[in-house]
Design a protein around this ligand. Structure first.
Ligand code: ZN
Length: 289
């Protein structure tokens, strides 16, 4: 019941239960999905707005634009998309293996709004990198300093566990160790405490929600579409179109800067803007600013 979006069910909360691995695969298991976009030829070009010179990157919600997430019923909100009718989508990037300095420059100079979900073993290049994106030149090159540079470019650094396990296979204490351990490490190296958690592969259960809450997380963040090498969008909806409020998932993989240019062009050609996820979540969760 969770993680997929059908019809009008744009945003979901969970009370309990185990989530099937129904999401288009995130992270290491993905990369070869046959579902990819073909840009509709009928989309007229949309002029790109002048870039912001100050303030957080990405468009901010207008008053009353974002529907609220009902506060009752679940340990933590589980969010796959933002409830808005505005043509705005959100970019999130996971893991952290490939640490290309050119991508930091791109994010900083173009003020592209992204949210990073990092996991320790990728940031510190422990073990074998995610093979889905090919061999990278910058695996583990900057480690945590790379993500401090992204932080300085306005990128929130959020929690994606220490070792990228399938959390459904772990007991509560082991899940808590993964999530709290990651938050502690991010706080030490980045200086901020994560408020968002993305479970590896999108897999989680009731214990995950309790563990994440115990670690200070305010929401579980899933996604509605993945972006494959080459900037192709793999949708989780049958009609293969972007929808207002979609959350897109990318990875720190080789050629990210190039793929990003292609993707951002595609999003803008379709008349969408890039939103500031933190501001939209605040509006959806009615958090105090
Ligand atoms: Zn991942």
């Amino acid at each position: 019941m969770i993680g997929r979006r059908f019809g009008g069910t744009r945003l979901m909360r969970v009370s309990a239960g185990i989530v099937a691995a129904a999401l288009v695969s995130g992270c290491a298991a993905g990369g070869t999905s046959p579902a990819s976009s073909a840009a509709p030829a009928s989309s007229p070009p949309v002029p790109v707005k002048p870039q912001q010179k100050a303030g957080p990157p990405g468009v901010l919600p207008r008053p009353g634009e974002v529907k609220a997430i009902a506060p009752a019923g679940s340990v933590l909100p589980v969010i796959s998309s933002i409830p808005t009718t505005r043509k705005v989508v959100f970019l999130t990037i996971d893991d952290g293996w490939e640490q290309d300095p050119g991508f930091v420059r791109q994010v900083r100079e173009q003020r592209i709004p992204i949210t990073a979900f990092v996991m320790r073993d990728a940031v510190e290049a422990l073990g074998a990198p995610d093979p889905a994106g090919g061999v990278g030149k910058y695996v583990g090159r900057g480690k945590w300093s790379y993500f401090r540079q992204l932080r300085d470019a306005g990128v929130p650094i959020e929690n994606h566990t220490l070792t990228h396990p399938d959390l459904r296979t772990l007991g509560y204490d082991a899940q808590k160790a993964e999530i709290c351990g990651s938050s502690k490490l991010i706080r030490e190296h980045i200086g901020t405490r994560p408020t968002l958690f993305r479970p590896p592969f999108g897999n989680y259960g009731a214990g995950t929600l309790r563990a994440a809450k115990a670690c200070g997380v305010e929401a579980l963040l899933l996604w509605t579409a993945t972006v494959q090498p080459g900037g192709k969008i793999a949708y989780q909806v049958p009609d293969k179109r972007l929808r207002p409020g979609d959350i897109l998932l990318l990875h720190f993989r080789p050629n990210l800067a190039r793929d990003f240019r292609i993707l951002v062009d595609k999003i803008r050609r379709r008349g969408y803007e890039l939103g500031n996820l933190d501001a939209y979540l605040k509006a959806a969760l009615r958090r105090a600013k």
